[in-house]
Ligand binder design. Structure first.
Ligand code: ZN
Length: 157
């Protein structure tokens, strides 16, 4: 168990295209565990590997309703509908912006045992999947925010 350092906007690593994972090594297993620790510690609902400086196609998501989801080499295979809502990112602390996302997505990925899985999400889960997958291609939500970003009070714990 370890908390990794979250990379912030301005760090080049957030703008790179990540490489697929070929096999689950002990290093990858540790990375997955650490990403969950880091995400929960920061009160996030999702975290992508490049946010902790690793250029691999791996994200973890936990919206609460979905339970923990480890998505390796994920791709969105279909989507429909539209939702407009506020989004934030652990790499841009204290900021939010309005982003239009699909209402519903179906995502193909591999789990931590490299078994193929299909994950279907609506609303927040669909938004989280789209947001995290964008990170794997060097895209930040601020690139898509329709009215720019604005500050929010950070929750104090
Ligand atoms: Zn993010």
């Amino acid at each position: 168990m370890a908390i990794r350092k979250i990379r912030y906007d301005g760090d080049d690593v957030l703008r790179k295209v990540c490489k697929p994972i070929e096999e689950i090594t002990p290093r990858i297993k540790t990375l997955i565990d650490d990403m969950y620790d880091t995400m929960y510690e920061a009160n996030g609902v999702g975290l992508a590997a490049p946010q902790v400086g690793i250029l691999k196609r791996l994200v973890v998501i936990d919206t609460g309703e979905s339970g923990p989801l480890t998505l390796i080499n994920p791709e969105i295979v279909s989507y429909d509908g539209e939702q407009e809502g506020d989004e934030g990112c652990l790499s841009l602390p204290g900021l939010v912006g309005t982003v239009i996302r699909p209402y519903h997505v179906v995502c193909k990925a591999y789990d931590e045992n490299m078994r193929e899985i299909m994950v279907e999400g609506e609303e927040l889960l669909a938004r989280a999947i789209c947001h995290e997958l964008d990170h794997l291609d060097g895209i930040l939500y601020k690139d898509k925010a329709i009215d720019g970003l604005y500050s929010v009070d950070m929750p104090q714990e």
